[in-house]
Ligand binder design. Structure first.
Ligand SMILES: [Zn+2]
Length: 302
């Protein structure tokens, strides 16, 4: 059986037909409509196209899962609001698509979908799992007992807003010293600019400088990783999950990111001496596909 995953972004809508093991059979990428009211019809169009292209029969599709970048009511299948898409308010997307396609349709926010995707392709399938994305901000998703932790407003897992320095920088959320002010890729770029690494640096270019032997870039990265580690250590202490997976484009740097974090967590978290009983820390396996693959697995959350 196959499922369809849809990952709605501010710029593109990604779609994929995904097998039960997380393999993508076929995928597509379409610009997101400028008007929120056009969204549901656009998604139906995309589903039709991708099913036709794959030469799959619609009745071989078990479910459709949708990830959206905003507040989602997963129980009702309603996109409550998406700040990046104009006029995207209270869209009953699931019932609309179910009516048109006859296929059960499920919804969650994009961070939860990405967490679910990484969890489903992880090795051990332990019952707890934490996903952390480092990007413009710090986002994430938490899986407990195999289920996405949604909380009252389907908005649980906002781990970027744990406070690591209450006398620190002001955050968009209104508090001071939130983790994402220090540990996001935007923060790394700010820190690199302040250290004189140039005004056009990106996360990737700062790492490239480090690999070339630039000592200042290395120092900036190590300092930044110490901030990342503080939050990861909290995640270890709170959840003692089987794994913590770090995603976002920067996670492609692999060991250059995880080595220091692992060391810090080992030295500072409340953890077992036995390595097999410790939270494993690693980078993403799905990278940019985490959202679309995770959306295709939303049927496991019913
Ligand atoms: Zn905050």
């Amino acid at each position: 059986m196959k499922n369809i995953g849809i990952d709605i972004g501010g710029t593109f809508i990604k779609a994929a037909i995904v097998e039960n093991n997380g393999n993508i059979i076929i995928s597509s990428k379409t610009p997101t409509p400028k008007e929120g009211t056009l969204l549901a019809d656009k998604v139906i169009e995309i589903i039709d196209e991708i099913v036709k292209k794959s030469a799959t029969d619609m009745n071989k599709i078990k479910s459709i899962g949708i990830g959206a970048p905003g507040v989602c009511d997963s129980k009702k299948g309603v996109i409550v609001s998406c700040p990046n898409i104009e006029g995207c308010k209270n869209i009953s997307i699931c019932s609309y698509i179910e009516k048109k396609t006859g296929i059960p349709t499920l919804l969650d926010n994009d961070a939860n979908c990405a967490a679910l995707g990484e969890y489903m392709v992880s090795d051990k399938r332990a019952d707890s799992f934490v996903f952390v994305t480092l990007g413009t901000g710090v986002g994430g998703g938490i899986i407990l007992d195999g289920k996405i932790l949604r909380g009252i407003n389907s908005a649980a897992g906002e781990i970027g807003h744990i406070v690591i320095d209450r006398n620190g920088e002001r955050c968009n959320c209104g508090r001071y010293g939130c983790w994402e002010r220090y540990a996001s890729v935007s923060a790394l770029v700010r820190q690199a600019k302040a250290a004189g690494l140039g005004q056009n640096v990106t996360g990737k270019s700062i790492f490239a400088e480090k690999y070339k032997g630039n000592k200042r870039a290395d120092e900036v990265i190590e300092k930044w990783l110490s901030y990342v580690s503080e939050g990861i250590c909290d995640m270890v202490n709170i959840f003692q999950s089987d794994e913590i997976v770090i995603g976002g484009g920067i996670s492609r740097e692999g060991d250059a990111i995880t080595d220091s974090i692992k060391r810090f967590a080992e030295e500072n978290s409340i953890t077992d001496k036995n390595e097999t009983r410790r939270t494993k820390i690693r980078v993403s396996r799905l990278f940019n596909d985490a959202g679309v693959v995770g959306a295709s697995f939303l049927y496991t959350q019913i």
